[in-house]
Design a protein around this ligand. Structure first.
Ligand SMILES: NC(=O)c1ccc[n+]([C@@H]2O[C@H](COP(=O)([O-])OP(=O)(O)OC[C@H]3O[C@@H](n4cnc5c(N)ncnc54)[C@H](O)[C@@H]3O)[C@@H](O)[C@H]2O)c1
Ligand SMILES: O[C@H]1[C@H](O)[C@@H](O)[C@H](O)[C@@H](O)[C@H]1O
Length: 335
């Protein structure tokens, strides 16, 4: 059976996912799409022989659409995810699930009322081979109980519209999810330390930021977010356990020795770094839609991450250690 997909939001990542569904995933086809920019939707739709519809709700309600992909701007996600749940259709939503934690809760409640998981959130790092291998090592007990985790998230640069709160809301949000997933427990507090700012970028931006988290069992995590590091896109993660250490590998590249130098290249953005993870994410999502067995990052993960994101933003502004106030996880989500 071919899964017929409708896409809402045909901007940068929407187009990338449409290409992925069309060229990489078997057993799926994009049949309809919409964008606030109708010309853009028409152009992208023509490229894959799909229909451009007037708006996102028409995509959800289209009888030929089996499942929905939401890749519009963050503040519009909640409306479309709630619409898909009301229509009883599986929905893949790019991060964030919603920009407000209370909207994530409304989604969690609507999904439970429907009675079966329909929502998957686009935390693609869970599909990255390096992170998967690291999780396996942690869970095998080979390095003993995890004690400390060191993370780095660097972007070469960001546009001027990027502001200090986005360091957590747009960037560190990936670590907020992956830390919980790797360690299998929740984060209970957050603190943000503001180092000297880079002089190479905007006056309004606190960059870099050093975020400190504590998990329920007492693991301490430090995360450096530096979004104007200039040299490239660099993601690092190291977990220190009682009897060993496990480290995320750098993306494979050749080492060149010449003219008394040894060099290798650094990737420039997230697209090539996580291309294979995005591919696998969609292969597995389409398979789960076909089988009716949702398995990836859930609406609850989207909610927990939104609460953590709010907590960390509060910590940035207050300069204090802020406790995370999460609701109890319902049994529906494995609580
Ligand atoms: N997983 C990741 O690593 C990753 C990477 C990039 C972006 N994202 C997320 O994907 C989403 C889109 O990001 P992007 O970089 O593609 O942005 P973008 O601005 O390139 O594209 C967003 C598109 O949504 C459209 N849009 C806005 N409001 C709409 C509405 N109400 N209905 C229909 N279309 C609407 C815009 O016109 C635009 O074409 C964001 O939530 C972003 O955080 C995730
Ligand atoms: O939307 C992007 C994307 O999520 C990247 O993975 C992250 O490194 C960037 O900071 C963010 O702006």
């Amino acid at each position: 059976m071919t899964v017929h997909i409708g896409v809402i939001g045909t901007g940068m990542i929407g187009q990338d996912h449409i290409r992925r569904i069309t060229d990489v995933v078997t057993g799926a086809e994009v049949v309809a799409m919409a964008d606030l920019d109708a010309d853009r939707a028409r152009q992208v739709a023509a490229g894959v022989g799909a229909r451009a519809l007037a708006n996102g709700h028409d995509v959800i309600d289209d009888p030929l659409v089996d499942a929905v992909v939401v890749t519009s701007w963050g503040p519009t996600h909640a409306e479309y995810v709630l619409g898909a749940i009301a229509a009883g259709k599986p929905v893949f939503c790019e991060k964030p699930l919603a920009t407000k934690a209370e909207d994530c809760l409304r989604i969690v409640e609507a999904e439970q009322a429907f009675g079966r998981r329909l929502v998957q959130v686009g935390f693609m790092r869970r599909y990255d081979a390096g992170y998967r291998a690291m999780k396996q090592v942690i869970e095998s007990g080979e390095i003993g109980a995890p004690l400390v985790m060191h993370c780095v998230h660097r972007n070469a640069t960001v546009p001027e519209t990027y502001h200090s709160d986005m360091a957590v809301q747009d960037t560190a949000v990936h670590e907020l999810d992956i830390i919980r997933w790797l360690l299998g427990e929740d984060i209970v507090s957050a603190q943000v330390i503001k180092p000297r700012r880079t002089s190479r970028r905007f006056e309004h931006l606190q960059d870099p930021q050093l975020m400190l988290f504590e998990t329920a069992s007492g693991v301490r995590v430090d995360l450096e977010v530096f979004v104007n590091c200039r040299y490239g896109y660099d993601i690092q993660c190291e977990t220190v356990g009682e009897t060993g250490v496990v480290r995320l590998p750098d993306p494979a590249d050749v080492w060149v020795r010449t003219a008394s130098h040894l060099r290798t290249n650094v990737l420039q953005d997230w697209k090539p770094r996580f291309a294979a993870a995005f591919d696998l994410e969609f292969v597995e999502w389409v398979a789960s839609v076909r089988d009716g067995t949702a398995a990836g990052p859930s609406a609850w993960d989207g909610y927990a991450t939104a609460v953590l994101s709010d907590t960390t933003t509060e910590a940035l502004h207050s300069g204090r250690v802020v406790s995370v106030r999460l609701k109890d996880r319902p049994a529906f989500y494995g609580g």
